[in-house]
Design a protein around this ligand. Structure first.
Ligand code: CA
Ligand code: CA
Ligand code: CA
Length: 492
């Protein structure tokens, strides 16, 4: 064990040195700055732990190594990974679709129901009579579709050839034809592959034009092969030119505090400006804020962050040159549980640094004096980079017990590559309660012997009250996706 410890320690040191040599040189931007690798606090945290089981360096998509960390410690920590490593191309796999997600516009034909094309059984089939009748498969999420396999019903000696189109859609309203005038091989009852240029879709339908004997479209199986999409699932990049990509605004005077702007902008044509003035408090005991949120359990592609969800987030933040320290803290992106206590995860500007605070794990105490078994703060940068856009990519696997994951990547305007700032595994990322009075009673989720809640998003600026200054901050290009690459692809 001691040997392993030493080995891992040396490995981390070696990696840090390597990054110092090869990593993106922030000194290009600020010649007097040293590399903002890890905060003293974070280093302290690092020292407290027995480090073993290297945390995976791959950006997200191949993060299995993280979950397989074998040391049994509450967390592992690794700093300063240079990022944007090329991910191994993900090969297509068969997309699992429940039988109930198959529909048709053809008249029913006894037991030959649409679900039969999804049961993995070549003896069962769906049948619809008529030229132009379709069977539609809803994948329930977007995928990059690579190809489709079809097995056709072909009675012995029938030597039928089926004619069909394959169409795909993101919304089941607008369809794109990816296979036009496809034909099955004569008398073939095995799965046949129909390949096309990969395309992102949520729905795939086969439009039948009958066969060489009659107008019946009879398919034994339909398999859709693809991989997780490279599009984010939720895009709130302000490109609508208004607030409609978001669900809620929390401000005392929206007209004075929140606006869509055309400069400065990080992505596309629009970004958002958030202003917090003294006394911009919504509730007597809360701080001052101007925030925009995603908070419904299901809204416009957004679903609240639930236990076991594993998401990547991206956004850009611009701190203006005339920024002055907010009172105590300046939270600009937070995941909030369905409670009245502090958020489990909050990105914060405090003093002259940007960091992330965690208040997760088992919660004790009462509202206003809650305690957390995991309370920590990690510095991302000791420079606020005023007057420059900063890009963030964050992965969170949401768990109230010690099986959560958080990874943070950061980049400053002018840099081409993101750098991984830290990677935490085996930590709680949600709050875990025995005291149900702390939780919104509609939001309890029972896990083990305690309860947790889902999270919602608040983005903008939230600071303590009592200051006399006004803070203005800009954000752009907020997204949530299933992979690092999905989120990474949205940045300029
Ligand atoms: Ca079947
Ligand atoms: Ca393909
Ligand atoms: Ca934008």
């Amino acid at each position: 064990m001691k040997f392993l410890y030493l080995k891992m320690f040396l490995r981390v040191v070696a990696v840090s040195i390597l990054i110092f040599i090869c990593g993106e040189n922030i000194n290009k931007l600020k010649s007097s700055e040293s590399l903002p690798l890890v905060s003293p606090k974070a280093v302290g945290f690092f020292k407290k732990l027995t480090v073993a089981g290297a945390v995976s360096s791959a950006p997200g998509d191949s993060g299995q190594g993280i979950e397989n960390s074998t040391d049994g410690n509450p967390a592992t920590y690794q700093s300063g990974k240079s990022d944007d490593q090329k991910t191994t191309p993900v090969t297509a796999s068969k997309i699992s679709i429940l039988g109930g997600y198959a529909t048709t516009d053809a008249a029913p034909d006894g037991n030959n129901v649409p679900a039969n094309v999804l049961d993995g059984n070549l003896n069962s089939y769906w049948r619809g009579n008529g030229v132009g009748k379709w069977i539609n498969l809803n994948m329930d999420a977007e995928y990059d579709i690579d190809y489709v396999k079809l097995a056709f019903y072909n009675p012995r000696n029938a030597r039928r050839t089926y004619k069909f189109d394959i169409e795909v859609s993101l919304d089941s309203l607008t369809w794109i034809t990816v296979v036009s005038n496809g034909y099955s091989s004569p008398n073939n009852t095995a799965l046949e592959t129909f390949d096309f240029t990969d395309i992102t879709a949520k729905y795939v339908r086969v439009v039948g034009y009958g066969n060489t004997v009659n107008d019946w479209n009879s398919y034994r199986e339909i398999e859709i092969w693809g991989k997780p999409t490279h599009r984010p699932q939720v895009i709130s990049d302000w490109e609508s030119g208004d607030f409609s990509q978001w669900q809620g605004i929390r401000a005392t005077d929206t007209a004075a505090q929140l606006s869509v702007v055309t400069t400065p902008v990080r992505q596309g044509k629009y970004a958002a400006k958030f202003v917090v003035r003294p006394h911009d408090t919504l509730a007597r005991f809360s701080g001052e804020r101007c925030e925009i949120s995603h908070y419904s359990d299901i809204w416009n592609g957004y679903t609240q962050e639930a236990p076991d969800d594993d998401y990547y987030y991206g956004w850009s933040t611009y701190i203006p040159t005339d920024w002055t320290n907010p009172q105590l803290y300046g939270i600009f992106m937070q995941w909030h549980s369905r409670t009245s206590i502090n958020p489990p995860i909050a990105f914060n500007i405090g003093g002259d640094s940007i960091g992330v605070s965690f208040r997760t794990g088992i919660v004790g105490g009462v509202v206003g004096a809650a305690t957390y078994t995991y309370k920590n703060y990690f510095v991302i940068s000791r420079d606020l980079y005023k007057g420059l856009w900063q890009d963030f990519i964050v992965r969170v696997k949401f768990r109230p017990d010690d099986t959560g994951i958080v990874q943070v990547w950061h980049r400053v305007e002018g840099q081409s590559r993101f750098r991984q700032i830290f990677s935490l595994a085996n930590i709680p990322t949600l709050q875990y309660f025995s005291n149900l009075s702390l939780i919104d009673s509609r939001a309890e989720i029972s896990i083990g012997s305690r309860y947790t809640t889902k999270c919602y998003i608040q983005h903008g600026l939230y600071r303590d009250k009592g200051g006399s200054n006004t803070n203005t901050i800009y954000h752009d290009n907020w997204t949530r996706g299933a992979s690092y690459s999905a989120v990474r692809s949205t940045f300029p």
